[in-house]
Design a protein around this ligand. Structure first.
Ligand SMILES: Cc1ncc(COP(=O)(O)O)c(C=O)c1O
Length: 376
């Protein structure tokens, strides 16, 4: 059947004429950097997320880095973030010169455990007198972190909040969209994300006009206007070709999230009675945008290998909790410091999930899993 983990070609073919036409217009106008497509996307994406501003940048990692820098995070500062995410989350904190302080995740939602966050902030700020500047929650796999308690803690301690929305375009928390609750929301449009470009691309949303202007300036060589460089920034801009692709795709995003949720429900229905297979918790209110469908299995490597033999591709997001990666060895954490994230790192397995995935393909994935579990 040749099932792919993500099949980007299907989405391209479904919008081929529109995308080809949009790309051709950018090329014919030579609008490669900045231009009408970029400003139109920034305007439309801000509106979709329910924010006043959107700054297009080069990728999601830069989005995090730029937001941190524009908020003045640097050497000697700490940023509290979650132990279970893609490396870019903590990498951006290190790139800004600060120290990531990791918080374990919740075993049901897989997002930041807010009680552990409260304990962590109390210890770092009140006991150890550390300069914690910000909280960086991650809306992992398409589900938003528990933002109200996070925002309460941020207010209590006077901290900034940067949402990592790379996996959660248009996800919701109590009626509000990802990227509209914190001081800034950082998005990736990496091709396989829920809203994917044709290369690297990213954006930052915010309601704060000063922060928006600072982030835009930092991302464009620190220039306020041409050749008026106010600071050493970086070059990280959303380009015209990527913006053109994103403009074509954005109107379909809600519908694609809906398809993903329908597929998740089908997985649930077909896998619900397999003993030993733990299915993800998915709220029924449409707030989860199902970037990934992540089950938990014991003996994961064997299950993965058997699925591969049956022609079913799977991926592990992520095999090592962030604090336990070699890149963070200097921080001195052990796996025992993050029991939930360490357990998830051993057991999580992502099944194929993308809006164009067919019902028949989901049935084939589930049949293969059932067959493998029946084998024992
Ligand atoms: C949670 C998370 N944060 C940040 C990023 C970084 O985005 P990018 O690959 O566009 O730099 C990604 C995706 O790769 C991600 O999944």
């Amino acid at each position: 059947m040749n099932i792919k983990f993500v099949n980007l070609r299907r989405q391209y073919l479904s919008l081929k004429d529109e995308i080809d036409g949009a790309l051709r217009r950018v090329i014919e106008n030579s609008a490669f950097i900045g231009g009408e497509e970029v400003s139109r996307f920034e305007e439309n994406f801000a509106a979709a997320c329910g924010t006043r501003f959107c700054v297009g940048v080069g990728n999601g990692t830069d989005a995090l880095f730029i937001a941190l820098k524009a908020m003045g995070v640097g050497q000697g500062d700490e940023v509290a973030t979650v132990a279970n995410s893609y490396f870019a989350t903590s990498e951006a904190i290190v790139m800004a010169g600060a120290r990531p302080v990791f918080v374990d995740c919740d075993p049901v939602t897989f997002t930041m455990d807010v009680q552990k966050l409260a304990a962590c902030l109390k210890e770092r700020i009140e006991v150890k007198k550390k300069r914690v500047k910000a909280i960086l929650p991650v809306h992992l796999y398409g589900r938003m972190a528990a933002m109200d308690p996070i925002l309460d803690l941020a207010r209590h301690y006077g901290l900034r909040v940067i949402e990592d929305c790379a996996q959660a375009h248009l996800a919701e928390y109590r009626g509000k969209k990802a990227g509209s609750l914190g001081d800034a929301g950082c998005f990736s449009f990496y091709p396989s994300k829920n809203l994917g470009a044709f290369g690297d691309a990213g954006a930052i949303t915010t309601n704060d006009p000063v922060l928006a202007a600072d982030m835009r300036m930092f991302a464009n060589h620190g220039q306020a206007s041409r050749y008026d460089h106010r600071m050493a920034g970086i070059n990280s801009r959303l380009d015209g070709l990527q913006a053109a692709v994103l403009n074509v795709k954005l109107p379909f995003l809600l519908q694609w999230s809906k398809s993903r949720r329908t597929q998740a429900m089908l997985y649930h229905r077909l896998l619900g009675d397999i003993d030993g297979l733990l299915l993800p918790d998915i709220p029924s209110d449409g707030s989860h945008v199902m970037h990934l469908y992540v089950v938990r299995v014991q003996h994961r490597e064997q299950v993965m290998a058997r699925l591969a033999e049956e022609g079913i591709p799977t991926v592990v997001h992520y095999p090592t909790a962030l604090p336990n990666l070699p890149a963070h060895a200097d921080l001195g954490y052990t796996p025992d410091d993050f029991p939930v994230a360490s357990l998830l790192a051993r057991e999580v397995l992502s099944l194929p999930m993308y809006p164009e995935l067919k019902e028949l393909e989901i049935v084939a994935v589930c049949d293969a899993l059932r067959f493998i579990y029946n084998e024992g």
